[in-house]
Design a protein around this ligand. Structure first.
Ligand SMILES: Cc1cc2nc3c(=O)[nH]c(=O)nc-3n(C[C@H](O)[C@H](O)[C@H](O)COP(=O)(O)OP(=O)(O)OC[C@H]3O[C@@H](n4cnc5c(N)ncnc54)[C@H](O)[C@@H]3O)c2cc1C
Length: 475
C-alpha cells in the first residue's frame, strides 16, 4: 500500500461506468451483492456523453432544419436559421439529464460510486488513482470484477486529434459553428451519420474512404439507398482513397491529401477534417500484466458465453469485449455478467442483436441476411415490402427503401430482417422479437397491425414471403 492509501473491499468491482458497466453494477446490486463502480470520467460513458445520445440529438436537430426548409410540396415555405451553439446547448442539456440519472439510479440501487482510474494490482485488487493533485489513491479488493472500459477513436498517421482542424466524433458533436467545408475520413456508420448531419446543416461534405464502398457489412441494395440519398444531400464520395496528410492552405482553411493504392494523390479543401475510421478497445490503462490477462490480436478481451475472461472471476463486457460495438450489446453483456456472478443461470445469445444506422434513411438489421441463412444451411425464403407502397410512408414524405424478412422455408421461422427506410431503427424491434421468440412468417402476417403505420411494412413483408401480399405484387 502506498502512503495515503485507504483500502476497501467489495463483492463486485465494475471498472467503467458506460452502458456495459453501469447496467452491470445496478443488476449486481439488485441481486444483493456489495457492488462498487469505478469511473474515471463521466457516468454514462461514450454512449450518453459523446456517442449514441448526443449524435441522435444533433441528427434530430439537423433533420428538423432540413425538413422545414424543404417542405414546399406540403405548402410549407420556410428558411430556417440554425443557431449551432444553441443546438449543442440543447443537446448538452439532454446529456446532463441522462448522466445525472445514471448516477442517481446507481446510488438508489446501493452501488458505491468511486471516481478515478482503476488499475489491477493483482487478481483480487485494483488501485484507483483519483486524479488531480493531492487527491491520492485507494485500493479496492474484490471477489469478482467486471471490466467495462469501452473504446476510443482510432487515430491515423498525420491526423492527430490534438491539432485543431482534425476532429473526432466527440468534437463533431460539440462544434458551436457550422463549418463551411468538411472532409470526413471513413464511410462507416459514424462517418455516415455525421456526414448527413452536417450536409443537412448546409456544410459542403466530402467523404473519403479507403474501401470501395460506404457502410461495409451491409448488403449492397441496403447501402445503396442511403448512398443515393446522401448524394442528393450534396455529399461527395471518393472511394479507394486513404487520407495521408493535411496541410494549411492559403484561404485560411486546410487541404486534405489522399492517396490511392497506386500512389495517386488527390486534394480536397476543407475547414475541418473529421476522422471516423473506427474505434479500438481500451485495455492499455488497466495494468493487465498484473493479472496475466492478454487482449487478443485485435485488442479485445475474449470472453465465453457467460462474459467471463480466461480468469474465472474477471468478466469483460461492452466494447472492450468485442464486436458489435453497440450500447445495447453492452447492456445485455453487463446484465449477464452480473447475473452469472450472482449465481443465476444467465448466458449470452447473440442471434438477435439488432444494429441501426441513423442516416437518412435509417438502416436497421437483425439476425441473418439471405446469404447468411444459406451459408448456415437453411433454405431461405424472402419477402420484401417497399416503403413506396405504404400509405403512412407517403404521408411522412419519406418513401425510400424497403423492409425485407428472411425466413426458413421449411418451418417458416423468421431468421432475420433488413430495413432501410423511415424509422427503420424503431421498426426493427418487431423483427428482433420475432427472431428472439422463434415467431414464424405466419405469426407476423397474422398479427393485426395498426393502420396506417410504418409497421405495416413488416407485416406485408411477411405476407409477401408467403405470396399473400395485398398491397404489393407477390414475388
Ligand atoms: C458517435 C458515436 C455514435 C454512436 N451511436 C450509437 C448508437 O446509435 N447505438 C449504439 O448502440 N451504439 C452507438 N455507439 C457506440 C456506443 O457508444 C458504445 O458501443 C457504448 O458506449 C459501449 O459501452 P461500454 O460500456 O462498453 O463503453 P463506454 O461507453 O466506452 O464506457 C467506458 C467507460 O469506462 C471508463 N474507463 C475506461 N478506463 C477506465 C479505468 N481504467 N478506470 C475507470 N474508468 C475507466 C471510461 O471513462 C468510460 O466512461 C456510438 C458511438 C459513437 C462514438
Amino acid at each position: 500500500m502506498v502512503v495515503g492509501d485507504i483500502s476497501t473491499g467489495t463483492d463486485v468491482l465494475v471498472i467503467g461506468g458506460g452502458p456495459g458497466g453501469y447496467v452491470a453494477a445496478i443488476r449486481a446490486a439488485q441481486r444483493g451483492l456489495d457492488t462498487t463502480l469505478v469511473e474515471k470520467d463521466d457516468y454514462g460513458g461514450v454512449c450518453l456523453n459523446r456517442g449514441c445520445i448526443p449524435s441522435k440529438a444533433l441528427i434530430t436537430g439537423a433533420d428538423l432544419a432540413h425538413e422545414a426548409g424543404n417542405a414546399e410540396e406540403m405548402g410549407i415555405h420556410a428558411d430556417p436559421a440554425v443557431d449551432m451553439a444553441q443546438m449543442v446547448g440543447w443537446k448538452d442539456g439532454i446529456v446532463d439529464r441522462l448522466t445525472g440519472g445514471v448516477e442517481k439510479l446507481c446510488k438508489a440501487n446501493g452501488v458505491n460510486l468511486v471516481k478515478g482510474t482503476a488499475r489491477f494490482k493483482d487478481e483480487n485488487s485494483v488501485r484507483v488513482a483519483h486524479g488531480g493533485e493531492g487527491q491520492g489513491s485507494e485500493s479496492i479488493e474484490f471477489d469478482s470484477c467486471i471490466v467495462a472500459t469501452g473504446s476510443r477513436p482510432i487515430e491515423i498517421p498525420n491526423f492527430s486529434y490534438a491539432d485543431d482542424p482534425v476532429i473526432g466524433s466527440r468534437e463533431a458533436l460539440d462544434m458551436d459553428t457550422i463549418p463551411e467545408r468538411l472532409v470526413v475520413v471513413g464511410a462507416g456508420y459514424i462517418g455516415m451519420e455525421l456526414s448527413t448531419v452536417y450536409a443537412k446543416l448546409g456544410t459542403d461534405v466530402t467523404v473519403v474512404e479507403m474501401l470501395d464502398d460506404a457502410l461495409p457489412g451491409y448488403e449492397d441494395d441496403v447501402a445503396n439507398v442511403v448512398k443515393r440519398r446522401a448524394k442528393e444531400l450534396g455529399i461527395e464520395f471518393h472511394f479507394g482513397e486513404g487520407a495521408s496528410e493535411w496541410r494549411d492552405s492559403s484561404d485560411g482553411g486546410i487541404t486534405v491529401v489522399t492517396e490511392t493504392e497506386d500512389g495517386e494523390e488527390s486534394t480536397y479543401p476543407a475547414d475541418k477534417v473529421l476522422v471516423a475510421v473506427g474505434r479500438s478497445p481500451v485495455t492499455d490503462t488497466l495494468g493487465l500484466d498484473a493479472i496475466d490477462l492478454e487482449p487478443n490480436e485485435r485488442g479485445f478481451l475474449e470472453t465465453d458465453d457467460y462474459a467471463r475472461t480466461d480468469i474465472d472471476h474477471v468478466f469483460a463486457v461492452g466494447d472492450v469485449a468485442g464486436e458489435p460495438m453497440l450500447a445495447h450489446k453492452a447492456f445485455k453483456e453487463g446484465i449477464v455478467a452480473a447475473e452469472v456472478i450472482a449465481g443465476e443461470p444467465a448466458a449470452l445469445d447473440y442471434q438477435a442483436v439488432p444494429a441501426a444506422v441513423f442516416t437518412d434513411p435509417e438502416i436497421a438489421t437483425v439476425g441473418m441476411t439471405e446469404a447468411e441463412a444459406e451459408e448456415a444451411g437453411f433454405e431461405p425464403v424472402v419477402g420484401q415490402m417497399p416503403f413506396n407502397a405504404s400509405g403512412r410512408a407517403m404521408t411522412t414524405g419519406h418513401t425510400e427503401g424497403f423492409c425485407r424478412l428472411v425466413a426458413d422455408e421449411d418451418s417458416g421461422f423468421v431468421l432475420g430482417g433488413q430495413i432501410v427506410g423511415p424509422e427503420a431503427s424503431e421498426l426493427i424491434a418487431e423483427v428482433a422479437l420475432a427472431v428472439e421468440m422463434g415467431a414464424t412468417l405466419e405469426d407476423v402476417a397474422a398479427t393485426i397491425h395498426t393502420h396506417p403505420t410504418l409497421a405495416e411494412v413488416v407485416q406485408e413483408a411477411a405476407e409477401n414471403a408467403e405470396d399473400q401480399a395485398i398491397h404489393t405484387l407477390n414475388r
